[in-house]
Design a protein around this ligand. Structure first.
Ligand code: PEP
Ligand code: MN
Length: 572
């Protein structure tokens, strides 16, 4: 294996390549571009170049070279390595630190030893050289005891120098990442078993959101980014190209799909290669990585089917269990209207014996002129209410773009009736890993509702609670018609817990408690009801909201053992 390296024998690039191939033959090259040429022309089988240092950051010369050298598809990245980097300052035998007037090294190495140099040699001239080992060679050739070189320790012995001080880098964790490349189709080095990374260069039109949409192509599919770097486009001042590293090989379905989308968006996409990621000593950032649903094979029995869990499944939300021994009582206002209002309601819900707090921060309103919710502020107030009362929170998420934000605060994501068949939202909610409360659409059949739940399960998230909230019928005396058939039927067909929202079903507060009791009798695993400290003043759904005394009455009926429960005191 002949590997072109930047620098001479003993250079860090050589040590890095030897981590892969201990027996390699190093082909020294003066510049990074020469290493590329050596591989292109077949004088070397592979090249190894530094790309990023943990102390001083990107090796911009390598980044710029990647664009020039890889654009025509002749070369591809095949490996990466990480090398711990320790520096030694060395000079001719007999030299003393206090006599050194000039220090040679590669600028990257000088940058990594800044603190030691300013402490011990504040007046020395720092001279950039093409290579660390090359500067040791030069100092040896000059034979001048006022000159020193900074290089790896073995370079001292190799050039007849002696170390003056070792490990002089600014931080002991100092390490450099190297990329190894070869000609496409050249005999592949051992492939390894992964995990893999893919590196790309993306050029984008100068329009709002282009970078965001490029990155969304990955995040929407649960593909993790490991590096992002921008470099100027030389011929177009103040425009940039982006270097992106992602987890996964370009052939993996979710990465392939994301790349297809990026290619459609970008002015130019260069795939530099997919290669085995270096894992030794690297913290694992691997997170929830589901396979996209349409790559999942259709199961013989749907995932929601009761036959898969005849005893019924339990969905946990913090300490609560939907489908467990006791019904879960969720209560709170339709909308979070202010900090004071949600804290007051949360205190009342907790002390009355409610189990969980609801409240919309993002509201789906029929009219664009109606109150749309407090957004992020509303989420923060809900989180504060949880801190104070211990009640887990459920809140609605309206669009897939907002899933990461809402999932950051919520213990459970509510998918509203209007969004029941918003499949990209279902997928994104599933991928968040947070339990989902899936409301039935006002015009959705039971079959459509269950298939919407199937989307979440197929995406790898088993924690779905169904919610019957009334359907639209010819009857206008109530807001909707509570379909208790559905509660019983869904329990027969599916193992997923089903809860009932009598508030939206009825639209009138006086009907809520009787419907709640009927729902529990029909086998509901819980209830979600709207409560407001002053329903007449509510900014949404006032007529159907229980006031606090009505809620206390309902809570007593749902949890008849309430007296024995520890009721948290109302706090100021
Ligand atoms: C709500 O819970 O406030 C809500 C908007 O519910 P639905 O989606 O059932 O109409
Ligand atoms: Mn409501």
């Amino acid at each position: 294996m002949r590997v072109a390296i930047q620098g001479t024998h003993g250079a860090f690039s050589e040590a890095a390549a030897r981590r892969r191939w201990p027996e390699l033959e190093a082909i020294p090259c003066r510049e990074v571009a020469d290493a590329v040429a050596a591989v292109r022309e077949g004088r070397a089988d592979a090249g190894c170049l530094p790309i990023e240092n943990s102390l001083i950051g990107s090796v911009t010369a390598t980044y710029d070279l990647l664009h020039e050298a890889f654009g025509d598809g002749t070369l591809a990245l095949t490996h990466e390595t990480l090398l711990p980097v320790h520096h030694t300052i060395m000079a001719v035998p007999g030299a003393r630190v206090e006599d050194i007037r000039r220090v040679y090294s590669h600028p990257v190495a000088l940058g990594q030893c800044r603190r030691w140099l300013s402490k011990h040699l504040p007046n020395a001239e720092l001279v950039s050289a093409w290579d660390t080992a090359g500067s040791a060679e030069m100092v040896a050739a000059h034979g001048d005891p006022t000159e020193a070189a900074i290089a790896a320790l073995p370079a001292a012995a190799a050039h007849g120098l002696v170390p003056l001080a070792e490990r002089i880098e600014d931080d002991p964790t100092n390490q450099t990442r190297f990329l190894i490349f070869s000609r496409q189709g050249a005999p592949a080095a051992p492939a390894g078993s992964g995990p893999f990374k893919t590196s790309l260069i993306v050029s984008l039109d100068h329009r709002p959101g282009m970078l965001a949409h490029t990155l969304l192509a990955f995040s929407a599919r649960g593909v993790n980014l490991t590096a992002l770097q921008s470099r100027p486009e030389p011929s177009a001042p103040w425009t940039y190209r982006f270097y992106v590293d992602v987890e996964g090989a370009a052939t993996e379905p979710r990465v392939a799909e994301a790349l297809e989308e990026v290619e459609a968006l970008a002015a130019q996409l260069i795939i530099l290669g997919s290669y085995e990621a270096w894992t030794e000593g690297v913290p694992s950032f691997q997170i929830f990585h589901p396979t996209p649903a349409h790559h999942v094979k259709k199961p013989d029995i749907p995932l929601i089917d009761r036959r898969r869990a005849p005893q019924g499944s339990i969905v946990k939300v913090r300490h609560l269990e939907f489908g467990g021994a006791s019904p879960v009582l969720i209560a709170g206002p339709c909308s979070v209207e202010s900090r004071e209002m949600i804290l007051e309601t949360a205190d009342a819900v907790a002390s009355a014996g409610g189990d969980m707090l609801r409240g919309g921060a993002f509201k789906p309103r029929t009219s664009p002129y109606d109150f749309q919710g407090l957004g992020v502020k509303g989420l923060r107030y809900l989180a504060e209410a949880r801190e104070r009362t211990g009640l887990p929170i459920v809140t609605e998420v309206l669009s897939w773009e907002e899933v990461p934000l809402v999932a950051h605060f919520a213990d459970m994501l509510q998918i509203g009736a209007r969004n029941m068949q918003n499949f990209s939202l279902l997928r994104a909610a599933a991928r968040s890993g947070v339990p989902v409360l899936l409301k039935r659409g006002a015009g959705a059949t039971i079959e459509e509702w269950l298939m919407a739940a199937e989307y979440v399960l197929a995406e790898g998230n088993p924690n779905v609670v169904l919610c019957e909230r009334g359907i639209r019928t010819f009857e206008r005396a109530t807001r909707h018609t509570l379909d208790l058939n559905a509660v019983v039927l869904v329990r027969e067909r599916s193992h997923l817990p089903v809860v009932v929202d009598p508030s939206h079903a009825a639209g009138v507060a006086s009907l809520v408690t009787p419907l709640a009791e009927a729902s529990l009798a029909a086998g509901a695993a819980g209830l979600i009801v709207e409560v407001h400290p002053n329903p007449k003043q509510a900014m949404s759904d006032g007529p159907q909201s229980l006031d606090i005394p009505m809620f206390i009455d309902l809570a007593r009926r749902v949890h008849p053992d309430l007296e024995r429960r520890k009721v948290r005191p109302l706090t100021a």
